[in-house]
Ligand binder design. Sequence first.
Ligand code: MN
Ligand code: MN
Length: 267
Amino acid sequence: MGAGISLLGIPHDGNSSYLRGAAEAPALIRRELHSDAYSSWSETGLDLTGRFIDHGDIDFKQPGDPWQRIESEVGRAMDGGHPLISLGGDHAISWPVLRAVRRRHPGLTILHIDAHPDIYHAYDNNPRSHTSPFARIMEERLADRLIQVGLRTVNGHHRDQFRRFGVEVVEAARFREGLRLDLTTPVYISMDLDGLDPAFAPGVSHREPGGLSTRQVINLIQSIDQPIVAADIVEYNPSQDLSNLTALVAAKLLKEIAGMMLKTALG
Ligand code: MN
Ligand code: MN
């Protein structure tokens, strides 16, 4: 079938610190993605029809460590050699996903869009908390660079962690149109939907006003001038959504990330 994009649902919200619900996200995002109400073309000028290789959802009812499951299933989904988009789930899943992605990409920059840094050394005594994945990712050197964009909840401990790990941070207060990221390696996008302003994406567990618009996030994705080798879209919480608006935003971002991946694959 030539160029394609792998999809994998990771319906896990057991490490959310406040509300559950993100585990219900993958099916609802897929429904919007495939709805006849919307165009199947991405803004990169490519039709995505027939381009998705959907590996379904990880079944967490099977016994065993869910983190090992995620790592092995992501590895399996990437075996075909196509770029992968994972659908969370809460943000905790990014750690085991990146373990698998890193094995294939010795040079890797993470572009992390979020209201929150998710880099607590410890929170609720849970090293897998969705407040901590980027601490674990940087401890394990699963990326060469971490660039966080859209933050608006930064505290003193976070700033210590930024220094410790050399995190490059563009807080929402300093975000501007035409932001240049100066990327030099393949890119992993970690897209927390609460990076968007809740006016655009209300269906999240932690609404944080003062965020980016859907257009600003799409423009940032389209500015990436290195291959996007994998991505996750996390923290959609259907129990907080209004008229499936946030599922639709998630599907739109999925299409624009996929459109960039496909453009690279087709040369
Ligand atoms: Mn997050
Ligand atoms: Mn967040």
